[in-house]
Design a protein around this ligand. Structure first.
Ligand SMILES: [Zn+2]
Length: 115
């Protein structure tokens, strides 16, 4: 797995890393056979989005002006979209699943003392 995290504050980049590790551990399983580029920046119009940039290479962009809990929740939301790409399985636009899981995953990560 090639992982590149840029932009935002250092604590945000560290959180992104933890979210990715937690998501892979609990939702995907190792080894992670995909590349991921994460950019933290001012988005204004949304909290985040995910796109496929190449075969098995995904890019997540996160809005940096979110409080920690929302930031983690958004990152989990986007990781669900990555999983949807990887498994090629989603319903509709995939938003319902991502929205349903984001808070649970963020809360679990919090409870498991990953934050
Ligand atoms: Zn979404």
């Amino acid at each position: 797995m090639n992982l590149e995290i840029s932009g935002g504050y250092e604590y945000q980049r560290k959180l992104v890393r933890k979210c990715i590790d937690y998501f892979i551990l609990t939702q995907l399983g190792y080894p992670a056979k995909f590349d991921l580029t994460v950019k933290v920046k001012d988005l204004k119009t949304c909290y985040g989005y995910t796109e496929q940039v190449a075969y098995d290479h995904y890019k997540i962009v996160l809005d940096k002006s979110q409080i920690i809990k929302d930031f983690i929740s958004t990152m989990m939301h986007e990781m669900v979209h990555v999983k949807q790409y990887l498994t090629n399985r989603w319903d509709g636009d995939g938003e319902e699943e991502a929205c349903n899981l984001q808070r649970t995953l963020a809360d679990n990560m919090w409870k498991d003392n990953w934050v």
